[in-house]
Design a protein around this ligand. Structure first.
Ligand code: GDP
Length: 445
């Protein structure tokens, strides 16, 4: 996500932070570079201007340049302004404050990811909010669109309105309202038809549907990869239907970030969600602070911790915590940790999320350290006897050779694993001294 922009800004910041003192012209030079980086990221010109003006004024106007760490302060100002540009410090969730069924109307162009997003939200509403949802496709233009939602509905275990061939969108919307009431559904998701371009017929249809369903949310789904076009589409919709928010899809492949960075300022509408993949749970509440953190390469520790919480089994984590508290941490535990790292998406995924890890990631790629390393380590530990795993000191030279042969590696790699285990054991004792898991929390700030 935002890799190009992130790299460009990272270079500018490295230069800023590398200096003890900053002059006004250093700042102006950095701002020129940031301006070009933003324009190349396809951020709308007025947004870029406003951003650069705001940062320059703050960086030069206050006592930033005279401070001990001027570079850091400038980065902080850029971070604050980015958060502002992305929508502020609030995370805008779904609004359920209406008499049920709360209607969420999904609008957007064809291929933007509307139907997929409808199903993703259906799942989120059922799982995270514990609400009963009904989904209905009003797309009578695209063949099999209604069928597509039905199939997705089965996958996410959310009911869909039975299809009646030949029924028109407004009538389907009415039937969906009645059905949602009868089923006592809390939420009704209406997946409307798209077009290739914004046109009058589309807008008339959206207005008519909004007229009969009085939606609480009208969410516009746009493809972030289309950059400023996505923002233009949003502007066209804004005048016609009462949009309450935007969902940006394909953020997973968006190296530039222009749509995300321009949307709020140009349209005045909050980005509520980001689609981050084709899978039906690949959706995130859009959190400007986290997104800014990612762009600035400050890592996304919050996402990392959330991901860890999702993929680490509670009982395993508790057992491990107990062992740690007792100062025991054997190779079986190390193996479990390696598995968890793999479950969390491997080294690359972790590296992208940890603060300052962008460079480590590059170094890792350069030294051929990749996820195969995790598999090797797993094979090595697997080739030891259970006794050896709890007491690695038992491994003499002969046994190490056998383990290397058994795991298809060499003695050197076996030694590396043993060393890593020792170091981790030491680190854990350290954490214990700092106050156990609370100490670990302190590490995360
Ligand atoms: P619609 O015509 O707007 O309803 O678009 P669809 O929901 O059918 O989506 C079109 C394609 O985009 C499908 O192949 C989806 O899997 C894919 N897609 C949707 N959202 C995302 C996303 O956030 N990331 C990625 N990588 N693909 C997505």
């Amino acid at each position: 996500m935002f890799d190009n922009l992130s790299d460009r800004l990272g270079n500018v910041f490295d230069r800023l932070k590398g200096r003890g003192a900053l002059s006004e012209s250093d700042v102006r030079e950095a701002m020129r570079e940031i301006r070009i980086a933003l324009l190349e990221a396809d951020v709308a010109l007025p947004v870029v201007r406003r951003f650069i003006d705001a940062v320059t004024e703050k960086a030069i106007g206050q006592d930033v340049l005279k401070s001990v760490t001027p570079g850091q302060q400038v980065v902080k100002i850029v971070d604050d302004e980015l958060v502002d540009m992305l929508g502020g410090t609030e995370v805008e969730g779904l609004n359920f404050a209406a008499k049920p069924p709360v209607v969420i109307m999904m609008v957007g162009l064809q291929g933007s990811g509307k139907t997929t997003t409808t199903a993703k939200l259906g799942k989120l509403i059922r799982q995270k909010h514990g609400k009963k949802a009904l989904m209905a496709s009003l797309d009578v233009n695209r063949p099999a669109a209604q069928e597509q939602l039905k199939v997705l509905g089965e996958q996410v275990e959310v009911a869909t309105l039975p299809i009646i061939e030949g029924q028109q969108p407004v009538d389907i919307a009415r039937r969906a309202m009645e059905s949602a009431k009868l089923q006592a559904a809390d939420v009704l998701l209406l997946d409307t038809a798209g077009r290739l371009h914004v046109d009058e017929a589309l807008m008339a249809e959206m207005k008519a549907i909004a007229g009969v369903s009085t939606p609480t949310e009208v969410l516009l789904v746009v493809d972030s990869l289309t950059g400023q076009d996505a923002v233009n589409v949003a502007q066209s919709f804004t005048g016609e239907v009462p949009l309450t928010g935007v969902v940006l899809t394909r953020m997973d492949g968006d190296a530039r970030g222009g749509a995300a960075l321009s949307m709020r300022y140009v349209t005045g509408k909050p980005i509520k969600f980001a689609g981050t993949g084709e899978k039906l749970d690949a959706i995130e509440a859009f959190d400007p602070r986290r997104v800014a953190g990612r762009i600035l390469g400050m890592g996304d520790v919050v996402s990392l911790v959330e991901k860890a919480a999702e993929s680490i089994k509670q009982d395993e984590a508790e057992a491990l915590a107990k062992k740690m508290a007792q100062g025991q941490f054997d190779l079986d535990d190390l193996r479990m940790q390696l598995k968890q790292m793999q479950n969390m998406g491997g080294l690359g995924m972790l590296a992208g999320m940890l603060p300052g890890m962008k460079k480590a990631k590059a170094a890792m790629a350069a030294s051929n350290m990749d996820d195969r390393v995790l598999l090797h380590m797993d094979a090595i530990i697997g080739s030891m006897t259970p006794k050896e795993r709890t007491k690695p000191a038992l491994l003499n030279a002969k046994r190490k050779k056998r383990v290397a042969a058994g795991s298809g590696t060499d003695v050197q790699t076996v030694n590396k694993v043993l060393k890593m285990h020792q170091e981790m054991g030491r680190a854990m004792k350290q954490i214990k001294k700092m106050g156990g898991m609370k100490g670990l929390g302190a590490l995360f700030g």
